[in-house]
Design a protein. Structure first.
Length: 198
């Protein structure tokens, strides 16, 4: 058994045995649950330069003066492929804790592609929160408001963007009473299951 498979099995066992009374699981969509060929089309009005950014590239891209962004690819699913081991975690959380304790929190501006994916994999009823923005702080603020509104004692967050993971990790200072676990999805690396927790 490979070390990554062993880690995944240990995590799934922990989900099944979890005794958390009020926990929220939050999953990013692009490059966390699903790989697609969707790109952000960038045009710089000052230089005339045009180029495309994948979701991973967009997450670390520093906007330049004159940049305009076209997000129309993200109004649909373009050649979706599951990130299988993260989807296994999602399925196990769904089975053992129900859809009411899961949120898909995405920078996409439209929920329909995400809803289509969840329907395809047989997971109805999961809430989809669309931000229409790639801001890491917006993701953290959304989770903070949900904690304040719903009184969660624990939150577990899955995302491929180190900026998003860092922003959500900082919620430990804002909500010291809440166990905040962040999982940085690093593809093809065993370290991807390493948690940063309180």
């Amino acid at each position: 058994m490979g070390s990554s498979t062993k880690l995944l099995r240990e995590y799934i066992r922990a989900v099944r045995e979890s005794q958390e009374q009020h926990k929220l699981w939050v999953f990013d969509f692009d490059d966390t649950l699903v790989k697609t060929d969707s790109c952000t089309h960038v045009t710089n009005t000052e230089t005339g330069e045009k180029f495309d950014l994948t979701p991973g590239e967009l997450a670390v891209y520093e906007k330049r003066p004159g940049d305009t962004f076209d997000y129309t690819d993200f109004e649909k699913l373009v050649n979706p492929r599951p990130v299988k081991w993260v989807n296994r975690i999602l399925h196990n959380v769904y089975t053992h804790h129900g859809p009411e304790n899961i949120v898909i929190l995405t920078a996409r501006g439209h929920s329909e592609p995400v809803q289509h994916w969840l329907t395809m994999i047989g997971l109805p009823g999961i809430e989809i929160a669309t931000l229409g923005n790639t801001s890491a702080q917006m993701k953290a603020d959304w989770i903070s408001k949900r904690i304040e509104r719903s009184g969660y004692t624990a939150v577990e967050f899955f995302d491929d963007s180190h900026k998003n993971v860092a922003a959500v990790s900082a919620l430990r200072q804002r909500h010291p009473e809440v166990m905040v676990i962040t999982r940085h999805i690093v593809h093809n690396r065993v370290a991807s299951l390493t948690a940063r927790r309180q």
